[in-house]
Design a protein around this ligand. Structure first.
Ligand code: KG4
Ligand code: ZN
Length: 338
């Protein structure tokens, strides 16, 4: 089976060709121009998707030596995300579906992230614990199959990536600041400052990161009213990163132990963080738990994860023909079961 997948939920335009669980191509075009505005400008994001989507799709087909006539189906991200951005991808995919008479599988972006680790690691078996951690989401799942998972916890306020980015801004870094905190932290002492590990011992799997941001803001105002001296940046970056990573790793592993699961998978932009990857692997190993983190191009927003899950849906669907193009896009986030 060959599937062409399109992802445009936020500020990355991506297209990928998936065949039998492997990505034959995964082309990503990132909108770096948002940096000068200090965050993503939704209207500019959708316009930028419109400008590149045809070219990115052509490249994905080209790199995988696929012509549209070879395709069995299309897939597209439909939620959650920025409405304008989602509309560009879904209308483009609907256009292709109509023109070429192909089925079109609508895919939830977060579900794409949940299973993205399986794309490169066919040895991952159900059930596993999945931590999806990005600029918009921080959520922990108990994953039982390609169509069944429980939400164990969600962030109550900011996502972890949002905390990285907002704190990075306080330190004078450009958007997105997460990768810059990671870079500076490598030269710093993570024990230099003791920032709060919010909800670490809350007894559940929810997260909260807005308190950390406030705590860092007050700390900077108190300790460095005239501005942060350059020589302190690495220590602050390392200490902030440790506060975020400790909570993410702690909750992920405590969920794995509670449910007696020996595989944990991380995904989403923040899973590119070098300390998160290293600490998770190291601490998981102590409990005999195997940890998986996708390669960078599958951590960030990408169409390969969308196509991968679409293929599973097509294989597992009982009777659904994915010919109904009346589905709508939406900003709706995941909600925990009561
Ligand atoms: O998944 P993603 O590309 O987009 C969505 O938010 O959906 O994630 C982007 C987020 C940003 O907040 C960015 O700062 C963060 O991922 N990020 C990182 C690193 N690389 C990206 N945060 C910490 N360390 C990194 N190395
Ligand atoms: Zn994402």
């Amino acid at each position: 089976m060959k599937i062409l997948a399109i992802e445009s939920s936020c500020d990355d335009t991506s297209a990928s060709v998936i065949s039998d669980g492997s990505a034959l191509s995964n082309v990503i075009s990132s909108q770096y121009f948002h940096a000068k505005y200090g965050g993503i400008v939704p209207e500019l994001a959708s316009r930028a998707h419109i400008r590149v989507i045809s070219e990115i799709t052509a490249q994905a087909l080209d790199k995988s030596n696929t012509s549209i006539a070879d395709l069995d189906a299309l897939a597209v991200t439909v939620m959650p995300g920025l409405i304008g951005s989602l509309i560009v991808g879904s209308n483009y995919a609907k256009g292709l579906a109509l023109r070429y008479g192909l089925p079109l599988v609508p895919v939830n972006h977060i579900e794409g992230h949940i299973y993205s680790g399986c794309l490169e690691h066919s040895e991952i078996v159900f059930p596993f614990i999945s931590l999806v951690v990005s600029g918009g989401h921080t959520a922990l799942f108990l994953v039982k199959s390609y169509s069944d998972y429980d939400i164990l916890g969600l962030t109550r306020d900011d996502a972890a990536g949002e905390a990285f980015d907002k704190i990075a801004k306080l330190l004078g870094f450009d958007y997105p600041g997460g990768p810059l905190i990671d870079k500076h932290a490598k030269q710093g002492n993570e024990k230099a400052y003791d920032f709060p590990r919010s909800m670490m011992n809350s007894g559940d799997y929810n997260f909260s990161f807005s308190g950390l941001k406030t705590s860092v803001r007050y700390f900077l105002q108190r300790e460095f009213p005239g501005g942060v001296p350059a020589e302190k940046i690495s220590d602050i970056a390392a200490s902030v990163q440790a506060a975020i990573v400790d909570v993410l790793v702690g909750k992920t592993l405590s969920a794995a132990r509670k449910y007696s699961i020996n595989q944990v998978v991380i995904s989403g932009g923040v899973s590119a963080n070098s300390s998160l990857r290293a600490k998770l692997a190291e601490r998981a190993a102590k409990y005999g738990i195997k940890s998986y983190a996708p390669s960078m191009s599958y951590c960030v927003d990408n169409a390969a994860m969308i196509g991968f899950l679409a293929e599973k849906k097509l294989l597992e669907s009982s009777g659904a023909n994915f010919r109904n193009l009346k589905f709508q896009v939406g900003a709706t986030a995941l909600r925990a079961k009561k």
